[in-house]
Design a protein. Sequence first.
Length: 85
Amino acid sequence: LIVEAEEADGTLEIRVCDNGAGFPAEMLGLYRPPEKQTGHLGLFNVDTILRKHYGEQYGLRLSNRTDKTGACITARLPAVRRDAE
């Protein structure tokens, strides 16, 4: 399991990758649920919450690792810094 975080231009991207079989080609890119929801309910719920709370420019993106040894899910959300109190 690989977890990475990167902030740029006020956006935080958190990427979680595994070493499994990867995603099929039809699932790659911005997450969009299929017309008939038959699985991946967790992805659907997280993506829906991010988009409704932060806006349509945020949400999930699905990809496969460049070395073809697993899948990655990237969550994109606004980066908000709070000073320690």
